[in-house]
Design a protein around this ligand. Sequence first.
Ligand code: CU
Length: 268
Amino acid sequence: MIAIWLVLSVITTPIAALVIGPLIPPGNDSVQGMGQVFDNQVLIAVSAPIMCFVLVVLVYSLIVFRQREPAAEGLPIRGDAQLQVYWLVVTTAVVLGLAAFGTYELVKDGAGGGQGPSPTFLPPNHNTAMPVQVIGQQWEFTYRYPTFGGIEIPHLYLPANTLIKLHVTSLDVIHSFWAVNLGVKADANPGTDNIAYVETRNPTKIEIRCAELCGLWHGYMFDLQGRVVSKTAFEPLMKAQQKIYGPVSKFLPPFATSYSPEPTLRAG
Ligand SMILES: [Cu+2]
């Protein structure tokens, strides 16, 4: 049984890690996304031998312990001290090992999730990050750029190979900002500045969806027109956006970390 398990594991583990792992979202469009793909590869590589073991035991039991005559039973394993020790040692090692690995991966450079208004785990060079505010409301996200005159625009545009500091907030109910292929998912809470870091890579489309059931048209709260563009194309693109959306900026509240639709409650 162990021989069959070893052979199966040696065959399936590299296939799982190197072929199936990279097919699992989010893909490699951001540094955080790459980190998630790597994590998936590690998890699926660890899972493959466990899955093989379960299947081998199942098939072995079906064949060897099949009841041929009345009252025939398989080997009793209850009270088998050696088996219990193996079981405890292996499962403890796998679970604690993955917990340590997962914690390190989360802490390393931000795993693409929001960390609240004062993030504990900062990516290197976080001081150089470009701030972009994501504002959720029923039923769309808009994006505000404090470094481009505080304009607010309907699609997310980001420069390539740049660390972005996303300030995610909401005007009404709880939404969740999910930039699918960038590996970012951060809750958008009213009155809260939820910060998530993401480092873009090559120019690409951005798929954005709301990931929190937020009302009647939640299912339509998506946008496929966001773009990561080259650094040289980004400045002219934003200048053009400023031309279009700049004139209405005077009707917006001043840029703040969060907003209230109720003017008397409006946070500075
Ligand atoms: Cu929503």
